[in-house]
Design a protein around this ligand. Structure first.
Ligand SMILES: [Zn+2]
Length: 302
C-alpha cells in the first residue's frame, strides 16, 4: 500500500512538474509568438483564424470552455477585440484570466500606439479605433516588445522555466533583428512610395519600412465606404500618385479593384496575420511573404 501511494505521489508530482501553461491568444500572431517563447512548456490555442478580421471574429461558444481552462489569456488591447471577447471571458468564469489577474496579458502595454486621438474619444459612426490603432503587430520591431511581455508573464507564472523562456526570447530577438535588416534592405529602393490601404491595418508596417499611407478606402476605421464616398475618394487618391492598393484578404475585392484601377495602382491582397495564407506559418514568415509580394509588385511598376 505504502509503495503504491509513494508511486502515485511520484506520478502526480512529475505530472505537475510537466504541466504545460495553458495559453489562449485572441489572434494567431500573439499565439505564434507565445509558441516561440513558450516552446514545449506551453500549450497555445488561438481563437481567431489568420484569415479573419480581428475586430469581428466569429468566435464559437466552445471557446468559453477553452477559456475556462486557460492559465493565460493574451489579448491585443486598445479595444481590438471589444466586439467579441468580453462575452467569452465572462462566460468562462476563470479568475486566472480576469483583468488584473497575472494570467491576463494586454500586449499593447509598452507599445507606442499610432493614431491615438488627442481630444475626447468619439465612437460615433462605429469607429473601431477609439483609443488608437491596435494593429501594431504589423511592425516586426513591435514583435520584440510583445515577446518580452510574454517572457515576463510566463516566467512569473512558471518561474522554474524562467531561464528557458529567457533563452527563447534571446533567440527570437536575434532572428527578428536579422530579418528586419533584410526586409529593410529589400524595401529600401521603394522608400517614400505611396500606398492606399482598405483599413488602417498596415500603418505600423508602412511606418517601419518608410512607405507612405496615401489614404484608406474606408471612410473611418470599421465603416464601409458608400459608392458615393468611393467616387469622391478616387480623385483625392489619384492626386497622391499612389502605386499600390494593399488590402487584407477578407476585404471586398470589387470595390478595391475599382479603386486601384481608377487611380492606376496595383492591387495586392496581403495577409495581416499568421495563417492568413498557407505560406504564412509563423510571425517572421508573415513579413517574408508580404515584403516579397510588395517588392515584386513595385519592381514591375517601375
Ligand atoms: Zn482596425
Amino acid at each position: 500500500m505504502k509503495t503504491k501511494l509513494f508511486l502515485l505521489t511520484l506520478a502526480l508530482l512529475s505530472a505537475n512538474a510537466q504541466a504545460k501553461l495553458n495559453v489562449v491568444a485572441t489572434i494567431p500572431d500573439f499565439g505564434a509568438i507565445a509558441e516561440e517563447i513558450g516552446g514545449d512548456k506551453v500549450k497555445v490555442t488561438s481563437i481567431a483564424r489568420g484569415t479573419e478580421d480581428a475586430h469581428f471574429v466569429d468566435a464559437r461558444p466552445s471557446y468559453v470552455r477553452v477559456l475556462n481552462q486557460a492559465d493565460v489569456l493574451i489579448e491585443g488591447g486598445a479595444e481590438l477585440e471589444i466586439g467579441w471577447l468580453p462575452p467569452l471571458v465572462n462566460g468562462a468564469r476563470n479568475g486566472k484570466i480576469l483583468s488584473d489577474a497575472p494570467g491576463h496579458v494586454i500586449l499593447s502595454r509598452g507599445i507606442r500606439l499610432l493614431g491615438v486621438p488627442s481630444g475626447p474619444v468619439d465612437r460615433s459612426m462605429g469607429d473601431v479605433h477609439p483609443f488608437g490603432n491596435p494593429h501594431y503587430w504589423t511592425d516586426p520591431a513591435n514583435g520584440k516588445i510583445m515577446a518580452s511581455t510574454l517572457t515576463e508573464t510566463f516566467s512569473r507564472l512558471d518561474p522554474v522555466n524562467a531561464a528557458f523562456y529567457q533563452a527563447n526570447l534571446k533567440k527570437f530577438n536575434e532572428h527578428l533583428d536579422k530579418k528586419i535588416a533584410e526586409w529593410t534592405k529589400l524595401l529600401d529602393p521603394y522608400r517614400g512610395t505611396r500606398v492606399v490601404t482598405y483599413h488602417k491595418s498596415f500603418d505600423y508596417f508602412l511606418e517601419r519600412f518608410g512607405l507612405d499611407l496615401a489614404g484608406t478606402i474606408e471612410s473611418k476605421p470599421g465603416v464601409e465606404p458608400s459608392p458615393s464616398y468611393v467616387n469622391t475618394l478616387i480623385p483625392r487618391l489619384k492626386a497622391t500618385s499612389a502605386k499600390l492598393v494593399m488590402i487584407e484578404p477578407y476585404r471586398p475585392r470589387k470595390t478595391s479593384e475599382y479603386v486601384a484601377q481608377a487611380i492606376g495602382a496595383k492591387l495586392l491582397a496581403l495577409p495581416t496575420s499568421v495563417g492568413g495564407n498557407e505560406k504564412v506559418k509563423d510571425y517572421s514568415s508573415l513579413f517574408d511573404y508580404n515584403v516579397a509580394q510588395i517588392v515584386a509588385a513595385l519592381k514591375d511598376s517601375k
